[in-house]
Design a protein around this ligand. Structure first.
Ligand SMILES: Nc1nc2c(ncn2[C@@H]2O[C@H](COP(=O)(O)OP(=O)(O)OP(=O)(O)O)[C@@H](O)[C@H]2O)c(=O)[nH]1
Ligand SMILES: Nc1nc2c(ncn2[C@@H]2O[C@H](COP(=O)(O)OP(=O)(O)OP(=O)(O)O)[C@@H](O)[C@H]2O)c(=O)[nH]1
Ligand SMILES: [Mg+2]
Ligand SMILES: [Mg+2]
Lengths: 279, 287
């Protein structure tokens, strides 16, 4: 039995709705469905098998989008002989950068790496104090300047300190910034030029909708992003933003933030995401 | 002869009708694309486009409007209705205003912005900082409002938000506006939602504003519904509209809470707050 055109269109639009409802950006969802339609073209299915066949093909495309070469964070750090390993955290306002830095530090310290924080958000009210509280709670050295200081200078200082003291990892906290703010994107570029990070991590909110594409694109063209951490996955997020971002800039999602405590950081799993999206 | 020309006219009208229907369908598809890529809830988009399509096909376009222009005008009307009909907000002269919302949505920053907004209009403002979870939350709020010389009540050491509010209310004196900042929370954090209910019971707010990040996607409606079911939301503030997000989630929030959008945040600075303008919001939404 050849593909029933009308039934196919019906099923495809149902699946497109499922993708959209799981927060995959509109253009990305549309592309996935039209590619899917191409793949199914000319194939023969029994009417009763059609839905299962589409679902299997869709799952395959989602896996391909997420299947990106990625080494574990710990392995990346071990591979770099010359200390310190520098990680720059960037993203738009309020996504959870500062909290995520604390979580990553806890995880790394649990695996035997020593950490230093760079308080390079020198702009926002209470930003340095917030990171300072985390540093105190975790027993991590914090390098800070006065509020309003040059963020790149703080990063530089932290790296010099880490080098002098033989610390393994420097985690640089930066101010949130909108992808539309050219001046702040320039500031971020400057921090990266000075700090020469080994890893640039984009911290995104798992509940983000269509803006995820624009954010990922603009941040990636300003500073080359190496990996992504998606936060607030515990807020019933379907996590489609992971697909939107991976599809757009072809970089791997390394971790998910799953709560507000230091232990709420899990390695990203494509299986979890596919289940959320396709049920 | 007559029969022939009549059948010609009938055929033309039928053809035009078919063209109109096709045209309306195409416009509606464009509308769906615009709304979906602006984060409007999928089911809401489907409902809206059905309504628009049926009205656009049934109604005759007013004089001077093409079928396409009429369809867009119908959409505008439906959206304005959804947003609560666009009545101007009579700014309260005396009120207790509680701000709630998801983590990182912009509550603390919005409290500071509202404080300046009311103060500029001659009202005496007090602030209660009741986020007892987030490290340095009290410091953040204090620093933000420092130039306003407004007292921020709170206790950086306390772990009991309800007690902080109770204590603050005994000291707040002759304030016209009392703003309450609370910790971020989402509907699966049951204990935090219980705390929110307790805070509302102690504070007895006149206004309960749900602060929503305009980057929020399809979960906006579900979360807004939960906040509304627990404490009853009376207003929505949409933040971070200075980004590329168009804030379609706000439509679901309004639909779920029955509360109008009162203000929009357009930047990090304390002046970056504007009263909500439905026309401007809708034209930006439609891209
Ligand atoms: N539920 C939940 N909340 C989170 C998660 N990650 C961060 N948060 C909360 O999100 C809020 C914002 O976190 P921050 O770390 O201040 O975010 P930020 O990106 O540094 O913010 P800016 O520096 O202002 O741009 C805080 O209330 C955090 O506790 C998470 O995975 N789950
Ligand atoms: N660009 C921009 N940034 C904003 C806006 N509103 C808030 N922010 C920023 O968003 C981030 C989060 O704001 P907060 O006020 O800390 O958010 P919150 O809801 O109080 O966060 P929690 O208390 O952790 O839940 C900060 O970096 C703010 O400066 C806005 O309208 N535009
Ligand atoms: Mg931060
Ligand atoms: Mg806050």
């Amino acid at each position: 039995v050849v593909l029933d055109e009308r039934k196919l269109e019906e099923l495809l639009s149902e699946f497109e709705i499922a993708l959209l409802e799981s927060d995959i950006a509109f253009d990305v969802a549309e592309k996935i469905i039209s590619d899917l339609k191409q793949n199914l073209y000319g194939k023969k299915f029994k009417r009763s098998e059609l839905e299962a066949a589409i679902k299997a093909s869709l799952e395959q495309s989602l896996r391909e989008i997420l299947d990106l070469p990625s080494v574990s964070l710990e392995e990346m750090i071990r591979r770099k002989k010359e200390k310190p390993f520098v990680i720059l955290f960037v993203g738009i306002n309020g996504t959870g950068k500062t909290t995520t830095i604390a979580k990553v530090a806890k995880r790394l310290m649990g695996r035997g790496f020593t950490c230093v924080f760079a308080a390079s958000d020198t702009y926002r009210a209470g930003a340095i104090e917030q990171l300072e509280r985390h540093a105190e709670k975790l027993g991590v050295k914090l390098i800070k300047h006065a509020r309003g200081a040059d963020p790149a200078a703080v990063a530089y200082d932290a790296i010099e300190h880490a080098r002098a003291k033989g610390k393994d990892v420097v985690l640089i906290d930066t101010a949130g910034r909108m992808e539309t703010n050219v001046n702040l994107l320039e500031e971020m570029k400057k921090i990266a030029r000075v700090a020469k990070p080994d890893l640039v991590i984009f911290v995104g909110d798992a509940l983000t909708g269509n803006a995820a594409v624009e954010q990922a694109e603009r941040f990636n063209s300003a500073v080359s992003i190496d990996g992504i951490i998606l936060t607030k996955a515990d807020a019933d997020a379907k996590g489609g933003a992971a697909i939107s971002i991976a599809h757009t800039i072809r970089k791997p999602v390394l971790f998910l933030g799953t709560g507000q405590s230091y232990d709420d950081l899990v390695e990203f799993s494509a299986d979890w995401l596919i289940r959320e999206i396709l049920g | 002869k007559l029969g022939e020309s009549l059948s010609g006219v009938i055929r033309k009208i039928t053809l035009a009708g078919m063209v109109d229907e096709k045209l309306v369908r195409e416009v509606v598809r464009d509308i769906q694309r615009a709304l979906l890529s602006a984060d409007v809830n999928v089911k809401l988009v489907m409902e809206l486009s059905k309504k628009v399509e049926s009205r656009a096909l049934k109604e005759k376009p007013p004089a001077g409007l093409s079928r396409k222009e009429h369809t867009i005008r119908v959409l505008y009307e439906e959206l304005v209705n959804l947003l609560g009909g666009g009545e101007a907000y009579a700014l309260p002269q005396k009120a207790r205003i509680m701000l709630v919302g998801l983590q990182g949505s912009g509550k603390t920053t919005t409290v500071a912005k509202l404080a300046k907004y009311f103060q500029k209009r001659g009202l005496r403002v007090s602030i209660i900082a009741a986020d007892t979870y987030r490290p340095a939350a009290y410091e953040q709020l204090s620093q933000l409002v420092e130039p306003l010389h407004i007292k921020v009540f709170g206790s950086p050491e306390s772990k009991d938000a309800v007690e902080v509010v109770r204590e603050a209310l005994t000291q707040v004196g002759k304030s016209d506006i009392i703003l309450l900042d609370t910790a971020g929370r989402h509907k699966s954090e049951e204990e935090l939602f219980r705390e929110m209910v307790a805070l509302a019971e102690v504070f007895k707010p006149d206004e309960k504003f749900l602060v929503i990040d305009s980057n929020l996607g399809q979960q906006a409606g579900t979360q807004a519904k939960a906040f509304n079911e627990h404490i009853g939301i009376t207003g929505v503030v949409l933040t971070k509209l200075d980004g590329s997000a168009r804030g379609g989630g706000a439509l679901s929030a309004v639909a779920a809470t029955g509360a109008p959008i009162r203000f929009v945040g357009t930047g990090e600075g304390i002046d970056a707050l504007e009263p909500f303008d439905a026309e401007r919001f809708i034209s930006r939404l439609l891209g």
